[in-house]
Design a protein around this ligand. Structure first.
Ligand SMILES: Nc1ncnc2c1ncn2[C@@H]1O[C@H](COP(=O)(O)OP(=O)(O)OP(=O)(O)O)[C@@H](O)[C@H]1O
Ligand SMILES: [Mg+2]
Length: 454
């Protein structure tokens, strides 16, 4: 028995399907309206959905895509009209579980539904994702399933071998450094050094000597001469991260290096010549900085040769399931755990969130959940719990209720961390055992439910 979502604008067929499937014992939500289907998928979990190809407003395939942006692992069966085999093929290619050509025999429908549900039970999300992972684009550590990211990687592979300066921009945490490394590794300089520096992290004089080196005695504290990062990157690649934070005097010096590939170390009169590929990154709007006079216009054009834009995660949510899989593997290895995946509710929560911190934030969320998950499936209470407010658009609760809710979440987390060991949990909460039991009772929690499965 499963919970099914059916979307068809033919009301007669819709009623018929609903009756048929309910008589088999399934729970069915049927609607003729696309928006209603989306809303339903946002607030409950379905085991399967059946979608007509020709809906009133949307094409069934785009509705399927929208549904998969909320519940990526839900199998979808597409109903197609007679003779639309091409659309059926397209639907399969875009991730439909199967299709049925109208008119179909009721037995065929039931058979397909059974198969989809069975498949959903057996091959937990992990399996499906493993398949998807293999489709992953070349670059080893970069997950990119969305069209937007595939385009980025295509661009990367085209320009990696050139010596042109690359300008990588995008919000914080979108993977700028990862892309910079990929460019280096895809170039003929890959056996030489990749030197990265965050220009925002150092005050001006230090940054200058760090980049270009200095002579012994060039300034107080310069007890030894130093070579500088540009010289270290000779024949390799230098990555100037957060270039928007570089001060104007250093910008001038950098401009010369880019034009002439030579410079004077601080306090030195010997010209140093280097052969370096330059990559830069910024999460600021540099054009705006130029307008404000904070960034040199001539330098901007020098570095803005090949721009690569990394879209924020909220614009490519299709990447989330694969990224999750990728990070699960990583943290399982690191923490020697065997977390297999997420419950559908947990995954839904990730898909509905906005990700202001992008992939770095997602990575942190998964790390937290792997660390604390007592089970092999991560449940939704471990996901984004501190950010609950951002997800639910519910109105604020009265203080008393909010306190109660917080107390309950706190207790659940605590019990998970302590694997249901009440003495330990009470100690961590700073409560006497007896009082702690009272608290559990008040919230209807049982410590046994949190014991590690043996
Ligand atoms: N497509 C991706 N596949 C796998 N991991 C990714 C991907 N994009 C980013 N990451 C991971 O997310 C984290 C953040 O990426 P990175 O440091 O490259 O972002 P950034 O854009 O340089 O961020 P910031 O602007 O804050 O410096 C890293 O751990 C990186 O490995
Ligand atoms: Mg970075």
């Amino acid at each position: 028995m499963g919970k099914l979502l059916i979307v068809d604008d033919d009301q007669n067929l819709l009623d018929l399907l609903q009756m048929r499937l309910e008589s088999e014992g399934h729970e069915v939500i049927a609607t003729a309206r696309e928006e209603e289907a989306i809303e339903a998928a946002k607030d409950q979990i379905f085991d399967l959905s059946i979608v007509d190809l020709q809906l009133a407003h949307l094409n069934g395939i785009s509705l399927m895509n929208d549904l998969h942006l909320i519940q990526p692992e839900m199998p979808v069966i597409i109903l197609t009209g007679y003779g639309s085999i091409e659309s059926a093929v397209e639907a399969m290619r875009k991730g439909a579980f199967n299709y049925l050509t109208k008119p179909f025999e009721p037995e065929d429908l039931l058979l397909q539904v059974e198969r989809a549900l069975e498949n959903r039970r057996l091959t937990s999300e992990v399996k499906r994702l493993e398949g998807l992972l293999e489709e992953r684009y070349g670059f080893d550590q970069i997950v990119a399933r969305s069209q937007k990211m595939q385009k980025v990687l295509e661009m990367v592979s085209q320009i990696a071998r050139t010596d042109s300066t690359v300008y990588i921009h995008g919000e914080s945490g979108t993977g700028k450094e990862l892309i910079a490394k990929a460019i280096h590794l895809g170039s003929e300089r890959k056996s030489k050094s990749f030197v990265a520096i965050n220009c925002a992290a150092l005050p001006e004089p230090l940054l200058e000597s760090k980049l270009f080196g200095h002579e012994k005695g060039a300034f107080t504290g310069a007890v030894k001469s130093s070579k500088g990062l540009f010289a270290q990157a000779h024949e390799g690649t230098i990555f100037l991260d957060e270039i928007g934070d570089m001060s104007l005097p250093i910008q001038a010096k950098l401009l010369r290096v880019l034009q002439e590939r030579q410079f004077y170390p601080v306090g030195s009169e010997t010209l140093v010549e280097v052969d370096v590929r330059v990559l830069v990154a910024t999460n600021k709007d540099l054009e705006n900085q130029v307008k404000q006079g904070l960034f040199r216009e001539d330098l901007f054009y020098r570095i803005h040769v090949i721009p690569i834009y990394l879209p924020p995660l909220r614009e490519r949510k299709e990447d989330i399931p694969l990224l999750v899989e990728h990070f699960l593997k990583k943290f399982n290895q690191q923490m020697k755990k065997e977390v297999r995946g997420l419950t559908p509710e947990a995954m839904q929560k990730l898909m509905l969130y906005d990700w202001p911190g992008n992939i770095r934030e997602l990575e942190n969320v998964i790390e937290f959940a792997v660390a604390l998950s007592p089970n092999e499936l991560i449940s939704d209470n471990l996901i984004l719990q501190t950010k609950e407010k951002a997800i639910s658009q519910e109105p604020l609760k009265p203080l008393k209720e909010a306190k109660e809710a917080y107390e309950k979440t706190y207790l659940i987390n605590l019990l998970q961390i302590c694997h249901g060991n009440v003495s330990q949990a009470a100690k961590m909460a700073g409560k006497y055992r007896a009082d702690f039991y009272d608290l559990l009772k008040k919230h209807g929690l049982k410590s046994e439910d949190f014991k590690k499965p043996s």
